[in-house]
Write a protein that binds this ligand. Structure first.
Ligand SMILES: *[C@@H]1O[C@H](CO)[C@@H](O)[C@H](O)[C@H]1NC(C)=O
Ligand SMILES: *[C@@H]1O[C@H](CO)[C@@H](O)[C@H](O)[C@H]1NC(C)=O
Ligand SMILES: *[C@@H]1O[C@H](CO)[C@@H](O)[C@H](O)[C@H]1NC(C)=O
Ligand SMILES: *[C@@H]1O[C@H](CO)[C@@H](O)[C@H](O)[C@H]1NC(C)=O
Ligand SMILES: *[C@@H]1O[C@H](CO)[C@@H](O)[C@H](O)[C@H]1NC(C)=O
Ligand SMILES: *[C@@H]1O[C@H](CO)[C@@H](O)[C@H](O)[C@H]1NC(C)=O
Ligand SMILES: *[C@@H]1O[C@H](CO)[C@@H](O)[C@H](O)[C@H]1NC(C)=O
Length: 275
């Protein structure tokens, strides 16, 4: 009697597992039946992205892009950014603040944005985009540098990191306006200087002593990644990282079993403590 009940249970579990696999397979193939869409010069928009006008089952709704006046638009928390390039090999999309104009050094981003606006310090974060904070994921490949805009009540000549934005940017008539490329360390913040704006760039090497070069780097935009989703799809039950030299995702079962072992240990400890 007990045996047949066990067997029924086992069969039912097996059935559920099979159905799950089947369902996963169907939904995975569905995505790939959608023809790529295009908007302006972004011509091969495909999974996980979708355009608002695409059929419902295409792409992932969390990665829905807009197409406004022939410009592909990405939303970060409903703030608009213009898409410059999508790279499906390294899972990155390069975007730029819509207010930045290439040949106008007075144009500035509308909003401050930095790495800390992205929550990928947490491996299991459900944010759609990552900016490369989690060191476990081999993130160094993502270049994400900050440009800090400051306004000072005095001229700062002695600190070489402070680049005068000259005629391009003036915050108010009395102040001295500067930009600093790269992260601003606490010891670099001069007394009487206030942070006005922080904006990211992924331009790899630029002259950090020239405001024209800093502005060009800003107008190039910054890369964010959907690697967490790519990893979930590629190795659903394992830890995963990106090998930038082979440009592939690598599943790491040892880290996964390590995780299970840890969970069991935590559970056992809980049992022992509560008894
Ligand atoms: C949109 O952009 C594409 C590619 O750059 C171009 O061929 C097309 O003429 C543009 N359409 C409009 C309405 O501007
Ligand atoms: C350059 O940008 C500034 C600041 O956004 C703006 O006021 C100005 O009109 C722009 N100049 C041109 C030529 O577009
Ligand atoms: C990023 O975070 C800063 C500080 O919390 C906030 O002022 C800013 O508006 C955020 N940026 C966006 C685009 O949400
Ligand atoms: C999204 O909104 C949250 C809550 O306001 C904010 O903390 C975060 O910095 C925003 N992230 C981005 C990428 O704009
Ligand atoms: C991704 O590929 C693009 C195009 O080759 C490249 O410009 C970008 O730097 C790469 N990004 C990363 C993080 O490897
Ligand atoms: C600039 O501001 C700082 C701090 O508010 C103050 O100590 C300093 O005297 C001011 N310098 C000038 C030249 O106004
Ligand atoms: C990354 O890929 C390269 C080339 O295939 C390989 O030699 C290297 O060992 C890989 N690195 C890691 C950490 O997997």
């Amino acid at each position: 009697m007990r045996n047949s009940l066990d067997m029924m249970r086992r069969e039912r579990t097996l059935l559920v597992v099979l159905l799950l696999i089947l369902f996963h397979h169907i939904s995975a193939t569905k995505q790939h039946l959608c023809p790529p869409s295009s908007c302006g010069y972004i011509t091969h928009i495909t999974y996980p992205f979708r355009l608002q006008a695409d059929p419902e089952n295409c792409g992932d709704e969390r990665y829905e892009l807009g197409c406004e006046n022939n410009v592909t638009v990405l939303y970060l928390n409903s703030t608009q950014y213009h898409v410059q390039a999508i790279n499906y090999h390294n899972y990155t999309v390069r975007v730029v603040d819509p207010a930045l104009q290439h040949h106008n050094c007075s144009s500035l981003p509308l909003r401050s944005l930095s790495r800390s606006n992205f929550s990928d310090t947490y491996t299991y974060s459900t944010d759609p985009y990552q900016a490369g904070l989690d060191p476990d994921c081999n993130w160094e490949y993502l270049s994400f540098e900050h440009i800090v805009f400051l306004n000072c009540n005095h001229s700062v000549r002695e600190n070489g990191k402070y680049v005068e934005s000259g005629e391009c940017v003036k915050w108010d008539s009395k102040g001295y306006a500067y930009a600093v490329g790269g992260d601003l360390k606490a010891e670099d913040l001069e007394v009487g200087c206030y942070m006005k704006l922080v904006a990211p760039t992924s331009f790899r090497t630029f002259n950090k002593h020239s405001y024209a070069a800093i502005h060009r780097a800003l107008a190039y935009g910054f890369e964010i990644s959907w690697i967490n989703l790519a990893c979930q799809n590629h190795c659903p039950h394992e830890f995963c990282y990106f090998n930038s030299s082979s440009q592939t995702l690598v599943c790491d079962p040892f880290a996964f079993y390590g995780g299970i072992l840890e969970a069991i240990l935590v559970w056992l400890t809980g049992k022992i403590l509560s008894s």
